[in-house]
Design a protein around this ligand. Structure first.
Ligand code: SAH
Ligand code: SF4
Length: 374
């Protein structure tokens, strides 16, 4: 999700707390049902206990073991001492002024931060989740890229973000409909944990979300994209393209030097062939940088005839990048040019512009404020 740098805050952030104690406890969302069963049978528990706990986790979204009322008291106590259902604490929470976007800054057990955003639309309830703390890819316009790579998230840390939002919605008698892997980090760089989380979220025995209701977004890690295509997963793939020539993309996305556009487009075509699914291209429109009619023509020529869709998102400015969002007129001209090439596109509204609803932006601001106050 694109970050925004706008001072019109609707909420005061919760003051930063010291990091929680190091993770001596097992995050139960890191385990599948067989692993949970093994974990409990080692404690001498009957096999059906795992199923009971699983239902509390994936159907009722209970936040702590005390709420698992059909378990013996002693077991609940032991679980509370040795395991956890919430592998992070809320360091800051902000709501957009229209009340439709809610942004969480979570602090992990080792003190690192991730961001998770809940967006409510007329019909959809979408959560945007992180897969890494920081990111190694260094895209120049991205707040997460600007902070560098800190670490991969475990599958349980990824799943728990979704469960947290499912719980929030359930408390309002509502439910989650979509998940986008567009928060902090590059999902395909943390391939194994991301796919384990994806499986858990879509598994009928897990959260049971329709696989097509999720979207994985990648900066274009070609070998991992090919692997994803070979696995023929039902979950759609979005590719952050942002430029149609190597000269331009090299400036914005360092990884382009390793897998330049011709190689990336070959992998995109391979994905479409293998899965029969449409691929989405993300394009952050930066005034005077990648928003000219000529660049729209280059993009049109590049993807013409391919089963694809383009998402146009006016840039959300970030602290360390001078680029500005394109004006409405330039966005319109870009989109009109794409239609001339028969390429379908949607202009995405920037959600939560007043709460830095993009990867890395909230952490950046809160930590800068904390440093200023110290
Ligand atoms: N690493 C993945 C997913 C996380 S970023 C990827 O790059 O695809 C999610 C999306 O937000 C990407 O399309 C990314 O290019 C875009 N993005 C990042 N910073 C942005 C900004 N400042 N303005 C607009 N879009 C941005
Ligand atoms: Fe990483 Fe995606 Fe940001 Fe690039 S845009 S730095 S890949 S999170």
């Amino acid at each position: 999700m694109p970050p925004a740098n706008n001072s019109a805050m609707s909420n005061q952030p919760i003051p930063l707390k010291p990091p929680p104690a190091a993770a001596a406890r097992t995050n139960l969302y890191d385990l599948n049902l067989a692993e949970l069963t093994a974990y409990l049978t080692e404690w001498g528990q009957p096999r059906f206990r795992a199923q009971q706990i699983w239902e509390w986790m994936y159907q009722r979204f209970v936040a702590d073991f005390a709420g698992m009322t059909n378990l013996p008291h002693a077991l609940r106590q032991k679980l509370a001492e040795q395991a956890t259902l919430q592998p992070f604490t809320v360091a800051a929470l902000e709501h957009s002024s229209d009340g439709q976007t809610h942004k969480y800054l979570f602090q992990l057990h080792d003190g690192k931060y991730i961001e998770t955003v809940l967006m409510t639309y007329e019909k959809r309830r979408t959560v945007c989740i992180s897969t890494q703390a920081g990111c190694a890819m260094g895209c120049v316009f991205c707040a997460t890229g600007q902070m560098g790579f800190l670490r991969h998230l475990s599958s349980g840390e990824i799943v728990a973000q979704v469960i947290w939002m499912a719980r929030e919605l359930a408390q309002r008698h509502d439910h989650l409909t979509n998940v986008v892997f567009m928060g902090m980090g590059e999902p395909l760089h943390n391939y194994a944990h991301t796919m384990t989380a994806l499986d858990r979220l879509t598994d009928a025995a897990g959260l049971n979300l329709g696989a097509r209701r999720l979207t994985i977004s990648t900066v274009g890690l070609v070998p991992a994209m090919r692997r994803y295509a070979d696995e023929r997963r039902q979950t759609p793939l979005a590719v952050s393209l942002h430029a149609a020539t190597d000269a331009e993309r090299d400036k914005l996305i360092p990884i382009n030097k390793k897998w330049p556009i011709p190689v990336l487009m070959e992998a995109c075509r391979y994905y479409v062939e293998q899965t029969g699914r449409r691929i989405t291209f993300e394009w952050a429109l930066i005034e005077g940088e990648n928003d000219t009619v000529e660049q729209a023509q280059q993009l049109g020529a590049l993807v013409q005839g391919m089963l694809c869709h383009v998402n146009l998102i006016p840039l959300n400015p970030t602290r360390d990048y001078a680029g500005r969002p394109s004006s409405h007129e330039r966005v319109q001209a870009f989109q009109d040019t794409l239609s001339y090439y028969g390429v379908s596109s949607t202009v995405r509204v920037r959600r939560g512009i007043d709460i830095q609803a993009g990867c890395g932006q909230l952490r950046d601001r809160i930590l800068s404020a904390a440093a200023g106050a110290a």
